[in-house]
Design a protein around this ligand. Structure first.
Ligand code: HPA
Length: 243
């Protein structure tokens, strides 16, 4: 049974760091989910494209519950999630890797819980430490061992998308204490906690956020920036899996 999963976000679609790749469909009560299994350094690993095959689903339509339930059903105990983000913080420039330690949720239309209608009980999970500190530390140590700079801690602001933000929104998020902005971190992190799976996010900064960047943002620019970071990212994953 695979104990580790990697959720590939925008620009991280390539599981070729794993050997013996096999595609599977996992049936969940939230729908069928495609995953790829493989192994690396003696460990069985699941790779999941957050946005589905071919990046078909926009952030507000990602099947977050199906994705996390599929990983739970496969026996996954730890998830390393990746996320392309814009930066609000001058100390987290494009190309930075950041291990998120807090989030703020500005999403609007997404199912946020496995405990929707109270039939499985009324559940309020604790979010004091939303990302797994132990997993974060292990990733951090792996990065240090390979001299890959990683920033330990950052507040991720999740917006609904699929549009990018206005400069006024970005100013507000910054005043509230946000460091990074993305569209997919919530409810994934919440559902992982409900499913009792350790979860950490490595955010890859692709751009300064709207109004901080001088030019208007494009998705193509995000993809190009992710491609530029992908080799370093692959090294980080390998260093982490070896631990
Ligand atoms: N905003 C929201 N999501 C993003 C951004 C951004 O600037 N960059 C990459 N994902």
């Amino acid at each position: 049974m695979p104990r580790l999963a990697i959720i590939g976000g925008t620009g991280i679609y390539d599981p070729s760091m794993l050997n013996g790749l096999k595609e599977h469909k996992v049936v969940t009560e939230y729908g069928e989910i495609d995953v790829i299994t493989g192994h690396c350094c003696g460990e069985d690993i699941v790779f999941m494209n957050r946005h589905g095959k071919g990046h078909a689903l926009p952030p507000h339509r990602v099947n977050y519950r199906g994705n996390i339930m599929a990983l739970k059903n496969l026996g996954v105990e730890r998830i390393l999630a990746t996320a392309a983000v814009g930066s609000l913080n001058p100390e987290m420039g494009p190309g930075s890797f950041v291990l998120c330690d807090q989030f703020m949720d500005f999403t609007k239309s997404r199912p946020q819980t496995f405990y929707e209608d109270g039939q499985k009980g009324v559940v309020h999970i604790d979010m004091t430490e939303p990302y797994c500190a132990e997993l974060r530390n292990t990733i951090y140590e792996a990065a240090c061992s390979e001299d890959i700079p990683v920033i330990q801690g950052g507040t991720y602001v999740c917006t609904e998308g699929p549009r990018f933000e206005t400069p006024a929104e970005i100013r507000m998020y910054r005043q509230l204490g946000g460091d990074l902005v993305g569209m997919t971190g919530v409810p994934e992190v919440v559902l992982a906690r409900e499913a009792e799976i350790c979860y950490a996010t490595v955010a890859v900064v692709t751009n300064y956020a709207a109004g901080i960047a001088r030019e208007p943002l494009t998705h193509a620019e995000v993809l190009v920036a992710m491609r530029e970071s992908s080799e370093r990212f692959r090294k980080l994953i390998l260093a982490f899996v070896k631990r």
